[in-house]
Design a protein around this ligand. Structure first.
Ligand code: PEP
Ligand code: MG
Length: 586
């Protein structure tokens, strides 16, 4: 390979914010690519299966050892426990054994075939979270394969100098061994925004850029590199000018983070006295701690579906209850907004409840799924009501697209409460009930729906997708996915106006709420509460403290005259450019 000459700029996906500058350390993590196929005599097949089982067992033991030795902030993500379970999942484990038996082939070959099929199955899924799960399959199968062929693995925990890791991909087992005194950040060829590698980097608060495609072929160990996790940029062999520029950016960014983190406990109050609640969105119960650390006023969205994924059987009431209760108790007296199951056929893939759907985003998703499977729904509702006895809980029904859905959901909630009362179990029914507004029909019906609920929570991630007919996970149309599109603004305005008129609260929990340059508009539109990924909370609170509600309302009148997203954006820059300029990190 040729040593890169001069400065090279690579563009990837910003997986974890921050800037680091240092020497590259190439991690040799190529999978076992060349696998031979050979046939096994029938009488030796059981022995071959045993060889496979031993390799799986060793992989499980290795991961368990990593779990025991990994820092607390990583254990919370429970990713490695998912990997331990995945190793014996019937899609992988059972299918490989079946292939060895049926085709009479060696274990390596059988495993390779099964993994290739599973990988393409996951990659073809519409849901970006599930797409990313293809990499989990690859990571766990790699560890089995290495045991089968007896390959050595380099241990990241053994690296004894300060470096930036450069790898084709890093498994959660790899990243869990990162020693923060040695590893400044990392970059990978593979991975996307929702990849576990990124989740771990955020938990460790080190800069990371993923999805660079060619980083490992363009960078050598000891090359000087700059990693900008804010923008997803990597500079190899930087010029003197770039070094000076990024040293300055690094200092500015670190000062900025220090200030906003220090101020994160302050209220989000505008200069003219309007107070907004700024809350955190979580997927895993353990994330509740970061919402508190970042100064969140509670949990505005607890996406509960992640507890249902990667497993053959859905969780039972006790398991759900314990998890919800933990979250409720940790955040009390602040509220937790527990959203009921938002799965579709795709997300239930590993379960007996799954279905094939050509168009899952328009399919038996979310509340539709729950109303069709009342046993699953009631189990969850009972767990939520029981957890509500331990703190401040709100319940949120997702994907409501018709009036009868909220009526039926409420009926089932009453049924769940009645059954708990009959059994004499402690619970609370004194909770706010809300719906996600993320389908255009719910916007149009907002006045009717408002009669049935205490609050609306606008889910812009889906609302934009359904209103503008843009698949939120499709790169080809990503440029059209515009939160500032006048159509989107009008939809939000309608919902906010109806909520005020009917005397109920209106919140936003889509990612639109996490961007500094949307805040003047959202203030002007009259949001009562914003909820976002925990890391964005300090920034958004700080932005709110620098704005006035009066100005934001006048600004909205100007925005409503604009015909394009570009026009609205221009107006934001014109009116708020100076205020937002130093608050662009989010
Ligand atoms: C949304 O659609 O905006 C939302 C918050 O829900 P999710 O991203 O989980 O679909
Ligand atoms: Mg949604």
């Amino acid at each position: 390979m040729r040593q890169p000459v001069g400065e090279i700029k690579l563009k990837g996906i910003n997986a974890s914010p921050g800037i680091c500058i240092g020497r590259a350390y190439l991690v040799d993590r190529e999978g076992v690519d060349i696998v031979e196929k050979y046939y096994i005599e029938k009488k030796k097949l059981q022995k071959e299966i045993k060889r496979f089982k031993t390799a799986v067992k060793k992989a499980q033991d290795d991961i368990r050892l990593v779990i025991e030795n990994s820092p607390k902030e990583l254990q919370r993500a429970r990713i490695l426990e998912t990997h331990v379970a995945l190793l014996t999942d019937k899609m992988l484990y059972g299918k490989t054994i079946e292939t060895i038996e049926k085709e009479g082939v060696n274990a390596e070959w059988a495993l390779k075939q099964v993994v290739a099929n599973l990988k393409s199955l996951f990659l073809s899924m519409a849901d970006s979270y599930l797409k990313e799960r293809a990499s989990d399959i690859v990571h766990v199968s790699d560890s089995i394969m290495r045991n089968l062929v007896g390959a050595e693995t380099e241990n990241i925990a053994d690296i004894d100098k300060r470096v930036i890791l450069v790898a084709s991909d890093l498994s959660p087992a790899d990243t869990s061994q990162i020693n923060l005194e040695k590893i400044m950040g990392f970059i990978t060829d593979h991975g996307g925004k929702a990849s576990h590698t990124g989740i771990v980097a955020q938990a460790l608060e080190i800069p990371a850029v993923v999805g660079l495609e060619h980083a490992t072929s363009r960078i050598k160990s000891e090359n000087l590199i700059i990693v900008d996790g804010n923008t997803g940029t990597v500079i190899v062999n930087p010029s003197e000018k770039s070094l000076v520029e990024y040293e300055e950016r690094k200092i500015l960014y670190e000062d900025y983070r220090a200030v906003i983190t220090r101020e994160s406990h302050l209220r989000a109050e505008t200069t003219d006295g309007m107070q907004l609640e700024v809350m955190g969105n979580i997927e895993l119960p353990e994330e509740v701690v970061s919402v508190k650390n970042y100064g969140g006023d509670g949990i505005g969205l607890y996406r509960t579906e992640f507890q249902y994924m990667n497993r053959a059987i859905f969780p039972g009431e006790e398991e759900l209850f314990k998890k919800y209760k933990d979250v409720v108790e940790v955040i009390a007296p602040m509220p937790v907004t527990i959203r009921t199951l938002d799965i579709n056929g795709d997300k239930a893939v590993a379960s007996r409840y799954s279905h094939d759907e050509a168009n899952p985003a328009l399919g038996l998703r979310s509340i539709r799924y729950c109303l069709k499977n009342p046993d699953v729904f009631i189990t969850q509702l009972r767990a939520i009501l029981r957890a509500a006895a331990f703190g401040n809980v709100r319940i949120l029904f997702p994907m409501i697209s018709a009036y009868f859905e909220i009526c039926e959901a409420r009926k089932l909630l009453d049924q769940a409460a009645e059954s708990l009362a009959k059994e004499g179990l402690p619970y609370s029914r004194d909770i706010d009930i809300g719906i996600m507004i993320e389908v255009p029909s719910a916007v149009i019906l907002a006045d009717f729906l408002a009669e049935k609920v205490d609050f609306f929570s606008i889910g812009t991630n889906d609302l934009i997708q359904y209103a503008l007919a843009i698949d939120r996970g499709n790169r080809q149309v990503a440029h059209l996915y515009q939160p500032l599109d006048p159509a989107v603004i009008r939809l939000i305005k309608h919902v906010a106006d109806v909520a005020k008129d009917k005397g109920i609260k209106v919140y936003m929990c889509g990612e639109m709420a996490a961007k500094a340059h949307h805040i003047p508009l959202l203030l002007g539109l009259g949001m009562d509460e914003l909820s976002m990924n925990p890391q964005s909370i300090p920034n958004i609170k700080r932005v709110i403290r620098s704005l006035s509600l009066g100005d934001a309302r006048s600004f909205l009148q100007e925005v409503l005259k604009k015909r394009t997203a570009r026009g609205v954006f221009g107006l934001v820059r014109e009116a708020y450019g100076d205020i937002l300029a130093d608050k662009a990190y989010s």
